[in-house]
Design a protein around this ligand. Structure first.
Ligand code: GYE
Length: 339
C-alpha cells in the first residue's frame, strides 16, 4: 500500500474509533485512539470478530488473540465481541472493511449466511482468516484459510473412549441410555462433534441416545435442560456434553437431584474442551473423559499472517493439536494448564 493510502486509512480508523468508541453503539474491546499514533504507521491492522464470551474456552481463545496481536509484535488489533449474534458479526466485518484493515479474522457463530459480507471483503481485497468455526459458501475463494479443530474426530474420540470405559466396567451387554447436550445449533463444533459421536455410536446396538438438546454452550442453559431431563428420565447412564461449561451446569443439576457423576456414581460424564476447572473434575472422577479442544489459536493465525505478508502461499485449513484426558493422564497436565 502506498504512503498516501496508508495515511487515509489511518485517518479513517481514527475517525471510526472516535465515533464507535465514544459511548453509544458498538465498543471496541482493546486499543483506543490514544494508542494509535502516526509512528504506528507500519503496524499491520487486524480486525477480529469474536463470537462472544459464552465459555471459558472462548475467553482463552480471545486471550490467545490479544496476546499475540500486540504493538510489540507489529500489529494493531481491533477486537469485536459479537455477543452471540450473527448480525453483530456482519456489522463488525463491515466496519473492518470500511476501516480498510489489512486482515479480517473471525469465528463464525454458525456456518450459513456469510456469502454477501465475505464477497464485500473480497471486493475490498482484504484476506479473511476463519478461526475455530467454518463457513459454508459455494465459492471457497471468499476466505483465505481456516485454523481450528477436527471436531468430527473429537466426537469420534469421545465415543471411542466411552466404549473403552463401558468395557472396563463390564457393561458391554447393558442397555445404555445416553443424553447429549449439544453446542450452538449449526456451529461447526456442534456439527462435527455430533457427527463423529453418532458414527461410532451406530456401531453399538446397546447405546440409545434418548435425547439430544441444544444447550447453547452455556452453563445456565445446560443446567435448566438437565434439570428437566433428570426429572423426565429415571435411568440415564451417560451424559455427553459438548463443552465444559455445559458440563458444569449439568453437574449442578445432578447435585441438586442427588445424582452422582462418575464410574462409581450414577451417570458417566463425557465432556469437551478440557479447561483447567474441568480437568480438576477429571482428576476427582466426576468427569470420566474430557476431549481437548485447543483454544490457543492466536499464535497459528499470526504465523499465517506473517507468511501472507511475506507473499507465501498458505494452506486452506490448519488443524491445531489436541489430546484426550482421563484420570490416567490428567495429573501430568493439570499443573501447567493456564486456562
Ligand atoms: O467448544 C465451546 C465454545 O467452537 C470449539 O465454542 C468452539 C466451542 C467450544 O463456546 O466452549
Amino acid at each position: 500500500m502506498d504512503r498516501k493510502k496508508k495515511i487515509i486509512k489511518r485517518c479513517a480508523i481514527l475517525l471510526l474509533i472516535l465515533v464507535f468508541g465514544s459511548g453509544c453503539g458498538k465498543q471496541f474491546d482493546t486499543e483506543t485512539e490514544d494508542d494509535y499514533t502516526p509512528t504506528d504507521e507500519n503496524l499491520i491492522v487486524v480486525g477480529v470478530s469474536q463470537v462472544g464470551s459464552e465459555s471459558v474456552w472462548r475467553t482463552a481463545n480471545s486471550n490467545s488473540i490479544q496476546q499475540v496481536f500486540t504493538k510489540e509484535n507489529g500489529y494493531f488489533l481491533i477486537f469485536d465481541n459479537a455477543r452471540q449474534k450473527q448480525e453483530n458479526q456482519i456489522k463488525a466485518i463491515r466496519s473492518f472493511i470500511s476501516q480498510q484493515v489489512d486482515y479480517i479474522v473471525f469465528s463464525p457463530i454458525t456456518e450459513f449466511g456469510w456469502e454477501t459480507v465475505l464477497q464485500e471483503a473480497k471486493d475490498a481485497g482484504i484476506p479473511v482468516i476463519l478461526m475455530d468455526r467454518q463457513v459454508k459458501v459455494s465459492d471457497e475463494s471468499l476466505y483465505t484459510t481456516w485454523v481450528g479443530s477436527d471436531f468430527e474426530k473429537e466426537g469420534e474420540l469421545a465415543a471411542q473412549y466411552l466404549a473403552e470405559l463401558v468395557e472396563k466396567n463390564g457393561r458391554t451387554k447393558e442397555e445404555l441410555s445416553i443424553v447429549v447436550l449439544r453446542g450452538t445449533d449449526g456451529s461447526t463444533s456442534e456439527i462435527g462433534r455430533s457427527e463423529g459421536f453418532h458414527k461410532v455410536a451406530a456401531e453399538h446396538e446397546n447405546w440409545h441416545i434418548v435425547e439430544e438438546i441444544d444447550g447453547e454452550y452455556t452453563t445456565t442453559k445446560a443446567k435448566e435442560i438437565m434439570k428437566r431431563v433428570l426429572w423426565q428420565y429415571q435411568d440415564i447412564d451417560v451424559l455427553v456434553s459438548q463443552n465444559d461449561d455445559m458440563t458444569f451446569g449439568a453437574l449442578e443439576a445432578m447435585a441438586d437431584a442427588d445424582i452422582t457423576p462418575g464410574e462409581e456414581g450414577d451417570i458417566l460424564v463425557i465432556s469437551f474442551d478440557a479447561v483447567k476447572s474441568a480437568l480438576e473434575l477429571v482428576e476427582e472422577g466426576a468427569i470420566s473423559v474430557d476431549v481437548e479442544c485447543n483454544p490457543e489459536q492466536g499464535v497459528y493465525i499470526e504465523e499465517i499472517i506473517a507468511a501472507l505478508q511475506a507473499g507465501e502461499k498458505v494452506e486452506k485449513a490448519y488443524y491445531v493439536p489436541e489430546k484426550v484426558f482421563t484420570k490416567d493422564n490428567v495429573g501430568r497436565y493439570l499443573e501447567s494448564r493456564t486456562y
